[in-house]
Design a protein around this ligand. Structure first.
Ligand code: HEM
Length: 420
């Protein structure tokens, strides 16, 4: 049985000099280093494939072991709440199939997969382009703008809300409810009582909200995901009401809280690397492969967990059934054992060679991100729009302030001047 340990969220690593392994572990989780956890990740990778970490979990920071574990059915994701949220009864963690294993995972994931295929989403392209164009127009017109608030939030929030069937007048309230749940994905010991309460409140709001929306769609069906799931639920044993609400909640939260951070990180990375932005402007067809490079280089998903479902040995390390690992996806994506010059942003990386390893920013295996095609579409359209309008993007704060979040890392505010 795994025990629950704490990291001290208030200690700060010594900024001078190279980090020890203990300091690197700390620096991977404390708010003070959220703006740049990559030097800490490097120390962890050099320390070995498995490093004893907090919450009695072994930290996995190298690509090979992260990739192998995520694809191995001997590792389960169902135990994440027990590792990171041991005191929750689960009602405030509406994660649906993200934290399930087959057969329930298969049953629930299959019900929504159709809505998120790349081919199915192509019909949304004109709408995504329209929203991206309006956003970039507004940013250029404003001159100085907070990219997180005015560029990164509106596109993914609008698109996932429209797909699910949340009407425009409710976008602001579902966004407010989502933030508490996204922060609540972090280990409970790193959350303040207020943040824990925000997670509970967010989940309760979503339960009420979706119950009402489902009742409305039952009375007047529409062409949206709420209607589709409500029909499945009405058919009987394939979907319970609780499962339906948890699924809608996870899609809504994961469907924008993550992409917001990718968009903001993307603008930051391009503004810091003007040669790469110039390359994109000259070659707008790089927009799609650029999405994957921006995901690899500074993607928002930093951590996930897995639990061993049997005894096994990997890279000389013995795991017992019930042992857990904390996989640092963003560290694996910077592993020089897998990627040439991983610390360099190279928008041509995924355009040039099919032999570049896939990044782990969307995970891999059974739990591979169901929203990846939607993210690619939204981010590609935004990059094309930025390249087409060719603004000069000047950072007005570098580094910008970051949210404390670990599981989904992101910028709190990104003031940028847009000039054409
Ligand atoms: C940049 C944006 C995104 C990133 C970085 C991201 C990242 C991830 C990662 C790393 C996983 C796998 C977690 C694990 O294996 O432990 C995942 C799963 C998932 N994502 Fe995303 N995601 C993004 C956008 C989205 C969107 C737009 C949606 C909704 C449409 C979404 C819905 C989901 C769901 C439902 C799962 C669970 C899949 C399963 O367990 O089978 N994500 N995501």
């Amino acid at each position: 049985m795994t025990t629950h340990a704490t990291v001290a969220p208030t200690a700060t690593p010594d900024p001078a000099g190279p980090l020890s392994v203990e300091e690197a572990i700390l620096a991977s989780f404390v708010p003070e280093t959220r703006h740049d956890p990559y030097p800490a990740y490097e120390v962890l990778r050099e320390a070995g494939p498995f490093v004893p970490g907090p919450f009695s979990l072994q930290i996995v920071s190298r690509y090979a072991e992260a990739d192998a574990i995520l694809q191995d059915s001997a590792w389960s994701h169902a135990n994440e709440p027990a590792f990171l949220h041991p005191d929750s009864d689960g009602s405030d963690l509406p994660a649906s199939f993200l934290w399930m294993e087959p057969p329930d995972h298969t049953r629930l994931r299959r019900l929504v997969t159709k809505a998120f295929t790349a081919r199915g989403l192509e019909s949304l392209r004109p709408r995504v382009e329209e929203v991206a164009r309006e956003i970039v127009d507004d940013a250029i017109r404003a001159g100085e703008t907070d990219v997180v608030e005015h560029v990164a939030y509106p596109l993914p929030l609008t698109m996932i809300a429209e797909l699910i069937g949340v009407p425009p007048e409710d976008h602001a309230s579902v966004r407010a409810m989502s933030a508490g749940i996204a922060r609540g994905l972090d280990p409970d010991t790193l959350l303040t009582p207020k943040e824990l309460q925000a997670r509970v409140d967010g989940a309760a709001h979503f339960r009420d909200y979706f119950e009402k929306l489902v009742a409305e769609r039952r009375a007047r069906p529409k062409d949206d995901l709420v209607t589709a799931l409500a029909q499945v639920e009405a058919e009987g044993d394939r979907l319970s009401t609780g499962e339906m609400i948890a699924t809608l909640t996870v899609l809504l939260v994961a469907g924008h809280e993550t992409t917001v951070n990718l968009l903001a990180n993307g603008v930051l990375s391009l503004a810091r690397n003007p040669d790469q932005f110039a390359l994109l402007r000259a070659n707008p067809e790089l927009a799609l492969p650029a999405v994957d490079e921006l995901m690899r280089y500074d993607g928002p998903s930093h951590a996930t967990t897995r639990m061993a479902v049997k005894d096994m040995e990997i890279a000389g390390h013995s795991f017992k059934e019930g042992d857990g690992v904390l996989i640092l996806l963003a560290s694996a994506n910077r592993d020089p054992r897998a990627f040439d010059t991983p610390e360099r942003l190279d928008l041509t990386r995924y355009a040039q060679s099919a032999s570049v390893p896939r990044h782990l920013g969307f995970g891999v295996g059974l739990h591979y991100c169901i929203g990846a095609p939607l993210v690619r579409l939204e981010m590609e359209c935004m990059l094309r729009e930025l390249a087409r309008r060719a603004p000069v993007m000047t950072l007005l704060a570098d580094p910008p302030p970051y949210r404390p979040n670990i599981v989904v890392r992101g910028i709190a505010e990104l003031p940028v001047r847009f000039e054409v």
